[in-house]
Design a binder for this molecule. Structure first.
Ligand code: 6PG
Length: 266
């Protein structure tokens, strides 16, 4: 769904390279804080969709640390998840559980503004339907595409992002904002925001670290367009926002042609 008012082409991705993982985490924390401050000043609330997996855990822990915790007015932050595993909220695989342990349990968040997938309340399909209506209610957006202030994403070595896996029909879902999908590749039921709502965010931010992500990061940014194979190529700042890749030098080591690339000063 093209939600750009003037249908100008999406801004090219900007790649920010940290010398090491901790520099990348710091850059991600700085952008999180900057976006939060701006959103709260402008609209009184900061809406963020957290990513899952292992990479963001250190970012969440950093934001909860004494050095950063006071930078954000946490009671004005609305927390959502870009995707979730279809497991109970206390399951070790739960993205909510990871965020709760690393961040939410350590900051004065406003519980009514923590919107997790209620995975224990029904079938995956119905949980996805309910989550979509939760998002629509929060944004008072019944039919259009809600606009998150910040959409955090990771990148799988197979090119998936959120729970948008290669060759899955949900890659082409442009009506629903949230879907469930049984993913053979990981033999698990997943819940995920879809491309239109991800792409409509004010900032879409990938955090990609480590040598094992170098090949796929190269493929996504500099490889031939093959989004069925590499779904992260479907992610573009279609809603007039920014698409940012925060990476460390290990993940960036195969990049040769990417134009908007900057090295963080040490
Ligand atoms: C998930 C994530 C997923 C993740 C990538 C990268 O639920 O697993 O949303 O998209 O971001 O798989 O995971 P790592 O950070 O563990 O490499």
């Amino acid at each position: 769904m093209n939600s750009r008012p003037n249908s100008s082409p999406p801004k090219a991705a900007e790649v920010i390279v940290g010398a090491d993982a901790s520099a990348a985490y710091k850059a991600a924390a700085q952008r999180f804080v900057g976006r939060a401050k701006h959103a709260i000043t402008e609209r009184g609330v900061f809406s963020v969709a957290l990513s899952g997996g292992s990479t963001p855990k250190k970012l969440f822990e950093m934001l909860a640390s004494p050095a950063w915790r006071e930078e954000v007015e946490w009671s004005r932050v609305a927390f959502f998840w870009g995707d979730e595993r279809f497991v109970p909220p206390d399951d070790p695989k739960s993205n909510y559980r990871m965020a709760h342990e690393a961040l939410l349990s350590k900051i004065p968040a406003d519980p009514p503004k923590i919107f997790r997938f209620m995975t224990e309340t029904g079938s995956a399909k119905n949980v996805a339907i309910k989550y979509e209506s939760t998002i629509r209610d929060f944004f008072s957006e019944k039919t259009g595409v809600p606009k998150f202030d910040l959409m955090l994403l990771g990148l799988g070595t197979n090119g998936h992002t959120a729970s948008l896996f290669p060759h899955r029909p949900i890659l082409h879902e442009h009506q629903k904002l949230v879907v469930s999908d049984y993913v053979e590749e990981v033999q698990a039921e997943r819940l995920s925001m879809t491309v239109p709502i991800i792409n409509n965010a004010r900032e879409i931010q990938f955090l990609v670290l480590g040598t094992d992500k170098a090949q796929i990061l190269h493929d996504i940014l500099e490889g031939p367009p093959q989004p069925e194979e590499w779904p992260a190529q479907l992610i573009a700042a279609d809603g007039g926002g920014e698409l940012i890749y925060i990476v460390d030098s290990d993940a960036a080591r195969l990049l040769r042609k990417t134009k908007n690339i900057s090295e963080l000063s040490a």
